[in-house]
Write a protein that binds this ligand. Structure first.
Ligand SMILES: [Zn+2]
Length: 146
């Protein structure tokens, strides 16, 4: 408990930065800060991942590019004796509501629409707060939100 640091009203363990060390991402061996290459496995060492925010935005954009067509194109095809009907995810959920399957429709809407949209919004919120372009959120509070 001696190494714990008080942040606000809570204790937190020290960060690697506080202890002036960094860890190898490949083999997890800890080295003094400033070491450039892991002597155990040969990996390049760095305290932070290079261009991590650019990676976040790149993955966010790719996710959005995949999410939009996934909700625009039919995902469900229903064939009966006389007709074939195609529905998107939301259209299929609406169809289920018409057949009084409210629980299944709610699960589909929550899992396919609300949760992904919420995740997109959370990533934007967190990335902007890290870039200091959005809401002011402390590191500890941002970490707790994850
Ligand atoms: Zn290593």
């Amino acid at each position: 408990m001696d190494s714990m640091e008080r942040v606000g009203s809570q204790l937190r363990p020290p960060r690697a930065q506080d202890l002036n060390v960094l860890a190898c991402r490949r083999c997890t061996k800890v080295w003094p800060n400033g070491t450039t290459q892991c002597a155990r496995c040969g990996a390049k060492l760095s305290a932070r991942r290079d261009k991590s925010l650019q990676r976040v935005w790149a993955f966010w954009i790719v996710g959005l590019i995949c999410y939009i067509p996934a909700n625009m194109y039919p995902m469900l095809r229903t064939r009966t004796l006389f007709q074939t009907q195609e529905d998107t995810i939301v259209g299929g959920a609406v169809e289920l509501i018409h057949h009084h399957a409210y629980g299944i429709a709610a699960i589909i809407l929550i899992a396919s629409v609300l949760i992904p949209v919420g995740k997109f919004m959370a990533v934007v919120f967190l990335a902007l707060s890290v870039q200091n372009k959005g809401p002011k959120v402390g590191n500890h509070q941002r970490h707790r939100m994850l």
